[in-house]
Design a protein around this ligand. Structure first.
Ligand code: SF4
Ligand code: SF4
Length: 85
């Protein structure tokens, strides 16, 4: 399943990706979008499409989603890591 990944350096904190989500699984936290309800994400890509700066990309993720997590950071050292909050 594909999940949204955030390229932090491109994010302008506009928040446009949050209300577009059809399953209401994104929230803003610390000025960045946060995948607050990862199990609710259906991988539709709407958040990536609406982002005016292409800060969100959809990438395959096969790991355990666990509890509430940050959007994976594609510009971090380990792009495959979802950060636990
Ligand atoms: S991919 Fe779709 S369901 Fe998942 S966070 Fe983005 S808008 Fe929401
Ligand atoms: S729409 Fe893009 S620039 Fe705006 S908060 Fe979301 S990821 Fe950041």
């Amino acid at each position: 399943m594909e999940l949204p990944m955030l390229r932090e350096a491109r994010c302008t904190d506009c928040g446009d990706c949050v209300p577009i989500c059809p399953t209401d699984c994104l929230a803003m936290k610390g000025g960045m979008p946060w995948l607050a309800r990862p199990r609710a994400c259906v991988g539709c890509g709407a958040c990536a499409l609406v982002c005016p700066t292409d800060a969100i990309t959809m990438q395959e993720w096969g790991g355990d989603l666990g509890g509430a997590m940050a959007l994976p950071k594609s510009d971090s050292n380990d792009s495959s890591t979802i950060t636990d909050y």
